[in-house]
Design a protein around this ligand. Structure first.
Ligand code: HEC
Ligand code: HEC
Length: 308
C-alpha cells in the first residue's frame, strides 16, 4: 500500500527535478527602464490623498507615507545615516523617473542578482534599509514598519497592472558618454551646481538635529552596498532629478562626471564586508556591479575603506 501511495508522489515530483538544470536568472529588479517620456500625461497617475478612505486601511497608508518621508525620525533604530526614503524617491515616492513606488510595487516578487534569490516586496524594502539607509539589521518582514511601507506603495499603485513595466519606473539609464567621464570636471560641476545645497564637502545641511539637505558622502550618507554607489545609477538619478527644481538640465556628460565625483568619496562600509577584506568584498559584490570605485585606487587612494 505504501508503495502505491509513493508512486504518484514521485510522478508529481518529476517535473521539479528539471529545476536542477541551469535556469535563466536575469535580474528582474535591475531595471532596464524605457527611455524617459517627455509628457507628464504619459505616466501612470497614482491616487491623490483626498481619495484615501477614512478607515483602518487609510490610516495605515498614512503611517507608511509618514515613514517614507520621515524615516530617520520615526524609525531611528533602523536608520544608521541621515537619510529618508523620499530623499532618493522624490515627491513622496510618486515622481516618474525617480524610482516611484507605483512603478515598483506591481513588479515584485522578482529575482535579484544582488542576493541571488526571488525577493518579495518586503525583502526589497529590507535591502533599502540595510544599504541606502545604512541601518544594520532591517525590520522584520512582518514588522509594523515594513507592513505600513508596503501598504503605502500598494495604495500608490492602485489600478496599475501587475507585472507590467511602467514608463517612469526606476531611474532611466543615461548611457555613458563615448569619451568616458572625468572626476575633475565633475568636481567643477559639483561646486557650481550642487554645493549650494549639499555643502562644499557633500555634508548636506542641518537645522538642529535634522537634515534639510541630505548628505551625499561621509558617515551620514548611503553605504558602499547601496545602489546609488554605482556611478551609472547615480548619473541616472542625477540627470533626471538634480539639481533640485531643474531636472534634465545637466548634459549626460555632466551627470556622469558629477556622479563619479560624488561616488569617489568615502561613505559607510559595505555591511557585507568579507573577512575585513576590501579586495574580497570587491571581487564578490562590486566587480560585476555596474561602474563603481569600491576597492579601486582613485588619485592613489584606496576607495572603500568606509567611514564611521
Ligand atoms: C540613497 C538613495 C536611496 C534611499 C535613501 C532609498 N532608496 Fe530605494 N532605491 C534607490 C536606488 C538607487 C534603487 C535602485 C533603482 C534601480 O535599480 O534603478 C532603489 C530601489 C528601490 C525600490 C525598488 C524600485 C523598483 O522599481 O524595483 C524600492 C521599492 C525602494 N527603493 C524603496 C525604498 C524605501 C522604502 C526606502 C527607505 C526605507 C528607500 N528606498 C531608500 C535609492 C535609494
Ligand atoms: C536647490 C537645492 C539642491 C541642489 C542645487 C541640488 N540638490 Fe541634490 N537634493 C536636494 C534635496 C532637497 C534632495 C532630497 C530630495 C527630497 O527629499 O525631496 C536631494 C537629493 C539628492 C541625492 C539623493 C540623496 C542623497 O543624499 O544621496 C543626490 C545623489 C543628489 N541630490 C545629488 C545632487 C547633485 C549631484 C547636484 C548637482 C548637480 C544636486 N544634487 C543639486 C537639493 C538639491
Amino acid at each position: 500500500m505504501k508503495r502505491l501511495m509513493l508512486s504518484p508522489l514521485l510522478f508529481a515530483l518529476a517535473p521539479l527535478s528539471a529545476l536542477a538544470a541551469p535556469i535563466a536568472m536575469e535580474d528582474q529588479s535591475q531595471i532596464k527602464a524605457p527611455p524617459a517620456s517627455s509628457h507628464v500625461g504619459e505616466y501612470f497617475q497614482p491616487p491623490s490623498e483626498s481619495e484615501l478612505p477614512d478607515n483602518a486601511y487609510g490610516k495605515m497608508v498614512r503611517q507608511g507615507y509618514a515613514l517614507f518621508v520621515d524615516t530617520k525620525r520615526l524609525a531611528p533604530q533602523y536608520v544608521g545615516n541621515g537619510l529618508n526614503c523620499s530623499n532618493c524617491h522624490l515627491d513622496q515616492g510618486r515622481l516618474a523617473n525617480s524610482a516611484p513606488l507605483w512603478g515598483a510595487y506591481p513588479m515584485y516578487p522578482a529575482y535579484r542578482k544582488k542576493n541571488d534569490k526571488v525577493n518579495t516586496y518586503a525583502e526589497r524594502l529590507q535591502g533599502c534599509f540595510q544599504f541606502s539607509m545604512n541601518g544594520g539589521k532591517p525590520p522584520a518582514a512582518d514588522s509594523p514598519e515594513i507592513t505600513a511601507l508596503s501598504v503605502y506603495a500598494y495604495w500608490l499603485a492602485s489600478k496599475a497592472p501587475i507585472g507590467v513595466e511602467q514608463p517612469g519606473r526606476g531611474y532611466p539609464d543615461v548611457v555613458q558618454p563615448a569619451k568616458g567621464f572625468d572626476i575633475k570636471r565633475g568636481a567643477k560641476v559639483y561646486q557650481e551646481q550642487c554645493a549650494v545645497c549639499h555643502g562644499a564637502d557633500g555634508q548636506g545641511q542641518k537645522v538642529g538635529q535634522d537634515y534639510v539637505m541630505p548628505p551625499l558622502w561621509g558617515k551620514d550618507s548611503y553605504n558602499w552596498g547601496a545602489g546609488m554607489h554605482r556611478v551609472n545609477t547615480a548619473a541616472s538619478f542625477i540627470k533626471h532629478n538634480m539639481p533640485l527644481g531643474k531636472p534634465g538640465s545637466l548634459s549626460d556628460e555632466q551627470a556622469w562626471d558629477v556622479a563619479a565625483y560624488v561616488n569617489k568619496h568615502e561613505r559607510p562600509q559595505d555591511p557585507r564586508l568579507i573577512d575585513g577584506s576590501i579586495e574580497k568584498t570587491r571581487e564578490k559584490f562590486h566587480a560585476n556591479d555596474g561602474i563603481n570605485f569600491y576597492g579601486q585606487k582613485v588619485d592613489g587612494v584606496l576607495v572603500g575603506q568606509g567611514i564611521k
